[in-house]
Design a protein around this ligand. Structure first.
Ligand code: LMR
Length: 351
């Protein structure tokens, strides 16, 4: 009798349980989510992120923060491995490494994208952004969206932008104050058609060179000078091998955060959401901090070296802007009238 009761109880419990599961579980929705979680548990997802700058820079710190956020948000199931200082790939190599799938994410300077998608040349135009507020508005708005979507046809998904700041000029021989002071000098540049033309207009030679080769070339005198943000000039110690710096704020340096599109499409939806959210947070964080980082490092440069620093006054700056303005017309066909108009609109708004 006891055995019979036991069997009956067992069958009734089993029946009730299966009814409960049948009515209370939405298999179509939840099963998907729980599968993704299972995948994550079985196999950790590792995303290699390569970049060329030092860690104590706006990009270096944003990349580190991004990795930490993804780790937290995914409960340690998605690991972003950050390779700074070009330790994995140089500027020349990183785009190909992304296409080949050797690395899943990179954040190159926007100047390095003009060769695959000419619209990006708009951001290299001299004095494109008069202030940091103009940069943020431009990248968060139509300019940023147009540029990121132009990469879709190259199997690249653009996730957003981090900013380093505005570029300054360094030089070993003499102060560069008027545009005539550029004549006969040679400058290291990023590989960019606009930057080459900029120095052509100023009567200088320009030498396209990888970021991590620049210090050696400045030190050996192979090039007389270069243009970069304070944070790169400081973290790569250019100020130790240059005697003059002009605070000109004449050019923009920022980064497109990129992921291989096939790889992106292969990721579970919840991992894509984690990446999107982490990028959004780092973009806001970067916008809050890049200005103060550059300011702090300018103070350190002044403290740690005898480099002569000249800040362009309004009159001097006006002359530079006028001298370099023909580049806007020259690059309008490549960058597109719409983007140039957007940039000019921001210039009027923030000047
Ligand atoms: C440079 O090559 O000067 C910069 O693009 C380096 C960087 O990524 O900030």
């Amino acid at each position: 009798m006891k055995t019979f009761l036991g069997i009956a109880l067992f069958l009734i419990t089993g029946l009730l349980l299966s009814f409960y599961i049948g009515f209370h579980f939405d298999f179509s929705e939840r099963k998907l989510v729980s599968d993704d979680d299972q995948e994550g548990i079985k196999e950790q997802i590792v995303i290699k992120f390569s970049h060329v700058v030092a860690e104590n820079t706006p990009k270096g710190l944003a990349a580190r923060k991004f990795a930490d956020l993804v780790d937290q948000k995914s409960n340690h199931k998605v690991k972003v491995e950050v390779f700074p200082n070009g330790s994995l790939y140089s500027d020349k190599e990183e785009l190909h490494a992304l296409w080949e799938g050797d690395v899943q994410m990179i954040a190159p300077a926007t100047s390095k994208l003009g060769s695959i998608s000419p619209k990006w040349q708009a951001l290299d135009l001299p004095f494109a952004f008069p202030t940091e507020a103009a940069i943020n508005e431009g990248l968060d708005g139509t300019i940023g969206r147009t540029l990121l979507s132009s990469l879709n046809s190259h199997n690249i998904k653009g996730l957003g932008f981090w900013v380093n700041g505005l570029k300054q000029i360094t030089n070993k021989d003499h102060a560069i104050i008027s545009t005539d002071d550029f004549k006969g000098r040679n400058f290291r540049i990023m590989s960019s058609s606009v930057l080459k033309k900029q120095f052509d207009l100023l009567g200088s030679q320009s030498v396209p060179m990888d970021f991590n080769e620049t210090y050696r070339s400045l030190e050996s005198g192979e090039v007389d000078g270069e243009e970069n943000t304070i944070s790169n000039i400081y973290s790569k110690k250019y100020y130790k091998v240059q005697n003059h710096m002009t605070i000109s704020n004449h050019g923009f340096l920022g980064y497109a955060i990129l992921i291989n599109n096939d790889y992106w499409n292969s990721l579970p939806r919840n991992v894509q959401t984690i990446i999107h959210d982490a990028i959004k947070e780092t973009v806001t964080w970067n916008q809050k901090h890049y200005i103060s980082m550059n300011k702090k490092q300018l103070k350190s440069i002044k403290k740690e070296s005898d480099i002569q620093i000249h800040t362009l006054n309004a009159e001097e700056k006006k002359k530079w802007i006028k001298k370099l303005h023909p580049l806007y017309q020259l690059y309008e066909p490549a960058a597109g009238k719409k983007l140039i108009n957007e940039i000019e609109h921001l210039q009027h708004k923030y000047q």
